[in-house]
Design a protein around this ligand. Structure first.
Ligand code: ATP
Ligand code: MG
Ligand code: FE
Length: 339
């Protein structure tokens, strides 16, 4: 079974071809145009998707050694995301499905982030271990922070989520306060490697249950910097690595404390992370450390499957194909989506 999958929910145009659940190609075109605005500009994202989609799909097909007539289904990200961005991928997928007379598969972007953990990968010719069901997934991205209980590929439930900012936003907004360019998450990660995470103590919010909050942290960082730069205008410059390490440490411990709580509540031992923030080296290392301490089996998607990519849409579509879960041509993308 050959499936072509298209992802266009935000500012990455991506296409992937999979054969029987094996990823043959995964092409991702980023959009540098947003950097100068300090955030994604929806209208510009839609236009960039329009420019990118044909070459990106073309390259994904060539990398996979696949011809249009080989395809058995076309998949696309239906929700959630920027509506104008989603429309580009959706219309393209519908047209192909119609022209090739193959089924259309609509995929939920956040479910796909979770299932990125099931994409077959290997090291030195040996397949990597994958989580078994049920597993927990901490999905941390630019727009979401969720703890998901996954009972089977197509049956998952959000058991905790953020009440305000997402973890990725917490990184990006902290970076912005520090005067770093957008998106600041990867830069905080970079500087944090050289810093002392115990140097500055930022507060951990007290939120009941498995939910998260990051807006208080943002405010705490803002006041902390205002106070310190009033005393020393070069405070940030002199202490950048320690500040970044301390911020990162706080975000990571907020995330992992809730994940630990979820593991205890559910009794589940297979634990994954997913989404753009799962590319963070501090989170990756801490997950491994906590996993050893609490006897979890921990899993992290390969780096290229953490941030937005079409391979995760393809693997989700493969499970949907097997379940016969197809969409009508009239299916419409939506900015928000319930599970
Ligand atoms: P969503 O999936 O919620 O719709 P999105 O698709 O925009 O949002 P992703 O592409 O999955 O989100 O993730 C982007 C986020 O990940 C950004 O906030 C970015 O700063 C953050 N991020 C990426 N790499 C790192 C890193 N190494 N450390 C911290 N944050 C990171
Ligand atoms: Mg992005
Ligand atoms: Fe995403």
């Amino acid at each position: 079974i050959y499936i072509l999958a298209i992802e266009s929910s935000c500012d990455e145009t991506s296409a992937s071809v999979c054969r029987d659940g094996i990823i043959l190609s995964n092409v991702i075109a980023g959009q540098a145009v947003h950097e100068q605005y300090g955030g994604v500009v929806p209208e510009l994202a839609s236009r960039a998707h329009m420019q990118n989609i044909v070459p990106v799909v073309d390259k994904a097909m060539r990398d996979a050694g696949c011809k249009m007539e080989d395809l058995d289904a076309i998949a696309f990200t239906q929700a959630p995301g920027l509506i104008g961005a989603l429309l580009v991928g959706a219309q393209f997928a519908k047209s192909l499905s119609l022209a090739l007379d193959v089924p259309l598969i609509a995929v939920h972007h956040m479910q796909a982030h979770v299932l990125a953990n099931l994409i077959p990968t290997e090291k030195n010719g040996h397949p990597d271990p994958k989580p078994s069901f049920p597993f927990l997934c901490l999905t941390v991205s630019g727009g979401h922070t969720q703890i998901v209980l996954c009972e089977s590929p197509l049956s998952m439930r959000v058991i905790g989520e953020t009440m305000d900012d997402a973890a990725g936003e917490a990184f990006d907004k902290s970076a912005k306060i520090l005067g770093l360019p957008y998106p600041g998450g990867p830069l905080i990660d970079k500087y944090a490697r050289e810093g002392n995470p115990a140097r500055f103590a930022f507060p951990e919010p007290r939120i009941p249950g498995l939910d998260f909050s990051f807006s208080g942290l943002k405010t705490a960082i803002l006041y902390f910097l205002q106070e310190n730069t009033a005393a020393d205008p070069r405070f940030v410059e002199k202490n950048l690595a320690d500040i970044c390490a301390s911020i990162q440490h706080r975000i990571v411990t907020i995330l992992l404390n809730k994940l630990k709580k979820a593991a205890i509540q559910t009794g589940v031992k297979d634990i994954c992370i997913a989404g753009g923030v799962s590319a963070n080296s501090g989170l990756r290392q801490s997950l491994v450390d906590w996993g050893q301490q609490f006897r979890w089996n921990t899993f992290i998607p390969a780096f290229q499957y953490c941030t937005d990519n079409a391979a995760m849409i393809a693997i989700t579509a493969y499970y949907k194909y097997q379940a016969g879960d197809f969409s009508e041509l009239r299916v419409e993308p939506t900015a928000r989506a319930e599970w």
